[in-house]
Design a protein around this ligand. Sequence first.
Ligand code: TGC
Ligand code: FAD
Length: 395
Amino acid sequence: MKQMATDLFESPDFYCLDDLLTEEHKLIRSSIRDFVKKEISPSIEDWCQNAHFPQEIVKKFGDVGAFGPTIPMEYGGGGLDYISYGLIMQEIERGDSGMRSTASVQGSLVMYPIYKFGSEDQKKKFLPKLASGEFLGCFGLTEPDHGSNPSGMVTNFKDMGDHYLLNGAKMWISNSPHADIAVVWAKNEAGRIHGLIVERGMEGFTTPETHGKWSLRASCTGELVFDNVKVPKENLLPGKSGLGAPMNCLDSARYGIAWGAIGAAMDCYDSAKRYAQERIQFDKPIGSFQLIQKKLAEMLTEITKAQLINWRLGNMMQAGTATTAQISLAKRNGVETALNIAREARQIHGGMGITGEYPMMRHMANLESVVTYEGTHDIHLLILGKEITGIQAFV
Ligand code: TGC
Ligand code: FAD
């Protein structure tokens, strides 16, 4: 029987998925893992306890290549494949979901639409600065009265001849209080959805911060308010209009979340496994009790299943064959798996599990946002229901 090649303690890889990765994939994963250990893990608890967004992380993410991994190198991106992108999200979220949010919004929701639907001038002007972390971006789709139903949005723009006039408001926008630019989805006078690049400093554009979150406390969240903002015509994304344009970007971001959430699950599993071996009760390590072993065995099983889904989906993303429903299944499964594992791991730590000495409560609270944004758990279920039955159950 073959010996397990990988160290289960630090990186559960029970079905030897590493055998399916290239040397480049492994190198990328270990460089991001080292980065997270050095730049995020030592401070993340303080940042979260103090609801502090470490703005300096933006430049550091740029330097390590966390922004826009799949964007071609000519625009400053990494020119990497979708498995690399998934591994990067997994390792960042192993550190913290809020940090992964910063990176995935920048890459999948700001750089991706500019790359996919932007003009050559827009790509040259914005992508290299976003890739390097000189600029931070955000993505405005959700509105106060339109979350799961973005097609009902009321944010709108009028053609004024030499510019567009933008009015409305977006809510729950990751990165907004510190963003240099926002990719904003708004309706024209004909009611058609378009993407516009709104730049900080444009008159009438403000980004109030949302305070009092119990989740993603190291990520900054806010509103986008547009009060007669004059947007130059060259800032309209010319390549695609309609709801399909922002939804395309969400397909890419949701894929990253499927991997990221399993990173958080791995961190909880690693901590629970260590604690079970060290904590003595009734004169024995608690890991010797059957109920603790059951929890650990189930965690490992669920992580392994999710890893297999993510790996397979990554290959379909790379081939361009992955469907929205396949992505929904992976996002939904990944986040549910991670949430359940965070709760079980917390229980294994007993009372110690509620403190900031261990990561489970932070991951658990973060994952309550992850299970809600980029389509709620139930919306993804309905996307799958529609795929199975052919019947739309949203309305
Ligand atoms: P429906 O009738 O199903 O579709 C309307 C049009 O959109 C097209 N479409 C897609 N196109 C490409 N990719 C997708 N994934 C698409 N999903 C839908 C569809 O083909 C159709 O096109 P057309 O040309 O025929 O008009 O739409 P509906 O109005 O019934 O709504 C359903 C839908 C899809 C919007 C809903 O299921 C949904 O997904 N709601 C969730 C909204 C959401 O995910 N918001 C995310 C906001 S961004 C965010 O949360 C970032 S957090 C980031 C972080 O911090 O990490
Ligand atoms: P609602 O749509 O009001 O849903 C409330 C409940 O009703 C949910 O349980 C939902 O599943 C259920 N529901 C709704 N419709 C149906 C239906 N048809 N059938 C059955 N159940 C239904 N948005 C952005 O655009 N950009 C961002 O960067 C961004 N970042 C975010 C960061 C954080 C921390 C959070 C919490 C959210 C962020 N969002 C962002 C918004 C996020 O995408 C929305 O919160 C999400 O899409 C849900 O919308 P909602 O909050 O309005 O909930």
